[in-house]
Structures are given as C-alpha cells and as structure tokens.
Write a protein that binds this ligand. Structure first.
Ligand code: GLA
Length: 673
C-alpha cells in the first residue's frame, strides 16, 4: 500500500528539483509519474531530441529512492507536427476538425499519427530501457477524454469500411444482420457505409452500435501499439493506462487485455457534479459520493487479474467541474484509504504543484504554486504513514456485478426513455450492495462465475446463446442470479431476437416479458413486494410467469395494475430472480437484501448514506464521507490500526468527519451507534 504523485519538472526551474524530491521523500511518496504531456519539450523540432532534462529529473528523484513511471507523450502532439501533418486531426460528427490548442485532438486511425507514435515511443523506450529508476509506463493519457473515442474523419470512414468487411464478409450479410430494409437503408458495398452523420431522425441502431464498437477497437489497437513497443525494449516494465470515472465510450475490459496494471483517475468532488443524475449535497461537494467512486475502483480492479492503482487522485480543489469547492478537512487522506479498502495498491496524487501557466492554473497540487505545502500534502503524508507496512492481500468479493460496455452502447443508441441511463441503473444495484458493506467485483459477463455466491446482472441487454448457457451453468452449479430489467432484449446486432424477451434466457428465468413501458419522472410508479408497497421509476415490464413464482405485482394505476413485476424461479440447484422494473433505493435495498440472504453472503444492516465499510483481507475500513462524526461499536478487543479508540478494550471507535478507521474484524461486527 503506497502513495505517489504526478510531477512536471519541465514546468519549474532546475534549481527547485532537489527540494521537490526531498519534500516528496519526506511525505513518504514512493512513485512519481513523469513526462506525460512533454513531447514538445522532448522533441522541439523534428528529429532534434532533448532528453537531458528528463535524464536529470529521473536521477534527482532516483537519488531520493523514488521510483519513476514514465508516460508516452502522445496525448499532446507538438505544433510543428500538426502543421506538418494536419491529417492527424480528429473530426467532429459534422466534419469540423478538432484543432491544436488543448489536447487529444489526434485520430487513433490516422496512419500518419501511428507512424509518429511509433517514432517517439520507440525513441523514449530505448533511451530509458535500462534506467534502474524507471519501473513502468503509462500509455498516453485518459484515452477518450473530452469525447474523443469517436472520431468522424476520412481515415476513420475508410477504416470503418474495412472493419465491417472483416466482420461481415459480404454486404448482403451486413444488410441482413442490421435489418436495413427498414426505411430503405440497404447498402450496396462496404465502402458505401459512412460513419453516422447528422440525420433528420434517429440513426440506425445497428450502425450506431457497430460504429461505437469500431471506434473502441481503434483505441484498443492504438494502445496495443504502445504496449508492444515498450515491451520489445524491456519486458520487466509494467504497462499501464489511466482510465476515467463513469466512462461510457471505451471498453476498459478490452483495453486491459494488453495491460499489466489497470489504473484510473479519481476526482470525487467533480464526479458528483458532472456525471451523476442527482444534485450533490454539500457533504458530497466536499468529499464526493463513496459509491460513485468505489464503483470505479471495483470496475477497474475487476478488469483483469492484475493489481489496480489510482493513477491520479484529486489533491484539493480542481478546475474542471461546474463549481470547485474546497474538499473537507482530511478528504484527500480519506480517498487514499477508501481506494485501498477497494483493492488499490498505490494512490498517486495529481499533481505535485499547482501550475502557473496554461489551462489548469485553478487546479490544486500537493504544493501551492509558490512551493509551500498545501492541504493535500499533509493529507497525503498522513495516508502514506498510515498505509506504510500494511500488508493485505487482494479483495475477495463474494458478489459479481455483470457489466458489458456493448450493452451500455446499445441502450444509449435506443434509450426508449430520456431518463433510462444504463450506468445509473447499474448504480442502483451497486449502491444497495455497498449500503450493506458487501464487496463487489464488477466484471465482464463471460468471466468465470463459479467463485461468486451471488451474481447481479442489472441489464444484460444483448443476449447470445453462449452467454445464456454461461449463466445457466452458474445456476445449475447452485449459483444465485439476480437479473434486472431490459435483460435479453436484443441480439448482438442490436435487433430484437426471434423469441420473446428475455430471449435465450427465457427457460432459465421461467418467464417472458409480455409488455414493456417507460414513464417520465413526474409519474408515480409502485408495486407490492412480499406484502409491502414500494416505488420504482422510469421502466416497467409486465411479466408472464411460466414456471416462476410471482413475488411482486404492479400497483401502478391503469393497464399496468396487478401485472406481475418481479418473479423468482427455483432453477436447477440455484435461484433466478428477474426484476422487471428500475427499483427506487428502498426497493433495491429489499431485493438485494433478500438475494444476499438467499446466497448466504455476510452483510451489515443498511448503512447511512455517506458512511461505508469495506473488508480487505480481514481488515475493515470504515470511511466517513460526511461532516458528522460517527461512533462505532465493535467486538471487545478489536485491534484498531487507524482511528481513535475510546476505550482500552477497543469496543467503540470514533470516526471524525471525513475521517477513517481501520479495524481488524468482520464487516457484520461493525455497528453504527
Ligand atoms: C485528468 C487528466 C489530467 C488533468 C486532470 C485535472 O484526469 O488526466 O491531465 O487534466 O484531469 O483534474
């Protein structure tokens, strides 16, 4: 468990580097990430390389025992390169080029940019191939940030036609699979299929889904180019990428296949403002929403068997959300602990020092722009001291939450209700699990499921026979499966399947969907579950039970009333529950609580919002994302590693506002007073 920082020595006079390195070492920092956007400094003109400053910076840091992570600088091609080869620029959906002047304006499919990437990455890799201080690499920076996964330039158009030809072989097959007879959309050749362009009405959903897949594959391929070049030079380096929070357009599962280390960038007080449905509370503006943050930890931890890091951790106030409040006292320490509880092996703060020029002057660092320590520096030092020497194994989650980006893209191409947001719907179930202190792996549906007591699949929208068989095998082996609305609705081409929904899953579920309907937020939607009344939102299905038992009926007025809404099927040696609505929080808590009990998973009572517990290898982290202090009851004599124990016998532990405690017991031993 360790701490690190992102550092840009090229922004500061050489005389300051030694004191920066000393201050880092004093804070207990172990990793320093360098050279991320530095192409223009490394190669000020074509073929003229200036590596001396980077050599020296690495030496200065290495002399303090710091380990260096280098970045390929491709997120920001220099001006001379853009002027020389303007064909590398991306284009918006209406053809407008995305110009030089910020970052991420290059196209992943540009043959010219791939050539240039090969050149700079190889030169850098060779330069540092045997440098003892360089332990690994980050490829590029946040692939897809600023809506850049999907480009609509001419290179992409040509590459898309090739991608389709490879996938469908003949244009007749494409026309048949997509269903292009509708509105006379048949294509005469692969070359005739354009990327989606502005159209009067919605675009064809099968074309959209394939374009999203193609754009994603282009990034996967571009990342692989970096990984291969780096590994050719030194196969002991790790190759990592820094993904983003709640990010739709890039399939992290697919990119991670080429990585040794999955990392992501966590900015809790920004995320509650710009990528969540609800308006943030003041506490959330100070510390974020713990479930929103940990959902990303659990996703990136789950992408492959590799460890995960937070490559960029918010260090204080930031510049990019709509508003930029100061985090609560201790929040920067809290976030490092919270990440560790969810499996992070390292947390690197972004950035070392607030910068004086450019777009991010309003973004804090661990140090202020005059070099003095800022609030984040004290928090980071404290977290480093507390985490030092804490040797815990990886998270062992009893529950899997299934997620496939292709389902997300398919729902986004035909949401069928303005409020139906795939990720928010997943988050409803995730929150209910986390509110009871359960660790969750967010994994691809085709992952091996045998080790999970419970599998929750909120929306497996695109269903194939193979996927249905995989889930059936899990249940046949005694597994418990909780399925949510809009599961099994489409085939993999984004078309309705031959059979009624949930298509290939109907036998396992023991029921089919008779009707579905969607509603605006202004309407009250309700059902009766196990004798109690609950609310749901946005989406409703009328189920046709075949072998399954009805466990909830709609009480929504009108044609919906008395129709089956939730069914349960004792199938094979396990159980399947199908929820034909988007449950509000209380209903989700009840459904998930029942599923946990059926599956025999240890959990807590429903915890208050903002207070979360998570167990990692016999240690329970209690993280308080609220401005109220909390007292916990724990069994007498519980070892307390972090936090204030009120008594010598350690049977109550105080947690400060925005504070943390780490105790050695089970999650269900912890109770809030
Ligand atoms: C992202 C980027 C960084 C920086 C931060 C600011 O995560 O990777 O370069 O722009 O945002 O919060």
């Amino acid at each position: 468990m360790t701490i690190g920082v992102c550092y840009f020595p090229e922004h500061w006079p050489r005389e300051q580097w030694e004191s920066d390195a000393t201050n880092m070492a004093e804070a207990g920092i172990e990793y320093v990430r360098l050279a991320e956007f530095s192409w223009a400094v490394l190669e000020p003109e074509r073929g003229h390389f200036e590596f001396d400053w980077l050599d020296e910076a690495i030496e200065v840091l290495g002399a303090q025992g710091l380990k260096v992570v280098l970045c390929t600088p491709t997120a920001t091609p220099p001006k001379w390169l853009v002027d020389e080869r303007p064909e590398i620029l991306q284009a918006d959906i209406d053809g407008t080029p995305r110009h030089f002047g910020s970052r991420r304006f290059y196209c992943f499919n540009s043959p010219a940019y791939r050539e240039e990437t090969d050149r700079i990455v190889s030169r850098l890799a060779e330069r540092y191939g045997d440098n003892p201080h360089v332990v690994g690499w980050q490829t590029d920076n946040e692939f897809g940030c600023h809506r850049t996964v999907r480009c609509y330039c001419e290179d992409c158009s040509a590459a898309f036609s090739d991608w389709l030809a490879e996938k469908y072989d003949t244009i007749e097959t494409l026309n048949e699979r997509w269903g292009t007879t509708f509105w006379s959309q048949r294509y005469p050749s692969f070359e005739a299929v354009d990327p989606p362009q502005p159209t009067p009405a919605d675009h064809h959903p099968s074309l959209l889904l394939d374009y999203y897949r193609f754009a994603n594959d282009s990034v996967v391929d571009y990342n692989r180019l970096h990984a291969n070049l780096l590994r050719e030079v030194n196969d002991e380096w790790f190759v990592a990428h820094n993904f983003m929070g709640d990010f739709e357009t890039l399939d992290a599962h697919a990119v991670a296949d080429d990585l040794d280390l999955v990392t992501w960038d966590s900015y809790p007080t920004g995320f509650v403002q710009d990528r969540r449905e609800d308006d943030p509370t003041l506490d959330e503006l100070r510390a974020g929403d713990p479930d929103q943050v940990s959902m990303n930890h659990d996703l990136y931890r789950g992408t492959n068997d590799a460890p995960f890091w937070v490559m960029e951790q918010q260090p204080g106030d930031v510049n990019w959300p709509p508003t930029c409040p100061q985090p609560g006292d201790g929040a920067m320490r809290l976030w490092a602990h919270h990440a560790t509880a969810h499996g992070a092996d390292a947390v690197l703060y972004f950035r070392w020092r607030r910068c004086r020029g450019g777009q991010e002057q309003y973004h804090a660092g661990l140090r202020k722009h005059d070099g003095s320590a800022d609030r984040g520096y004290h928090d980071a030092s404290q977290a480093a001291a507390e985490l030092d020497g804490l040797d815990v194994a990886h998270v062992d989650a009893p529950v899997a939450l299934l997620h496939d980006y292709h389902d997300w893209w398919a729902i986004s191409s035909q949401p069928h209700a303005p409020d139906f947001d795939y990720w928010e719907h997943l988050r409803t179930y995730y929150r209910a699990l986390r509110a009871r202190g359960v660790q969750v792996d967010i994994v691809h549906p085709e992952t091996s499921l045998e080790d999970y007591a419970l599998v929750v699949a909120p929306t497996l929208h695109l269903m194939s026979e193979e996927r249905a068989d995989h889930l059936s095998d899990y249940v046949s082996d005694g597994g418990h499966l909780l399925l949510g609305a809009r599961t099994g609705y489409k085939d993999s081409y984004n078309r309705l399947p031959d059979a009624r929904q949930p298509g290939a899953l109907s036998n396992l579920v023991g029921a089919t969907v008779d009707q579905h309907e969607s509603f605006p937020a202004s309407v009250d939607l309700s059902l009766m579950y196990d004798g109690d009344a609950y609310d749901y939102r946005t989406w409703s299905e009328w189920l046709n039970p075949d072998e399954a038992d009805v466990v909830a009926e709609h009480t929504t007025a009108g044609v919906t009333e008395a129709k089956p809404a939730i069914i349960r099927n004792e199938a094979r040696r396990g159980t399947v529950t199908y929820v034909g609505v988007w449950p509000e929080a209380e209903l989700a808590n009840t459904i998930v609580g029942d599923a946990l009990q059926t599956a025999g998973v240890t959990s807590t009572d429903v915890l208050p919002d903002g207070l979360r517990v998570a167990e990692r290898d016999g240690h329970v982290w209690v993280t308080n994302f609220t401005s109220d202090a909390v007292t916990l009851d724990v069994p007498q004599g519980t070892p307390c590693h972090v936090g204030e124990s009120k008594t010598e016998r350690n049977d109550t532990v105080d947690v400060d506002p925005f504070g943390v405690a780490v105790v050695e017991c089970r999650v269900d031993d912890v109770a809030v007073e």
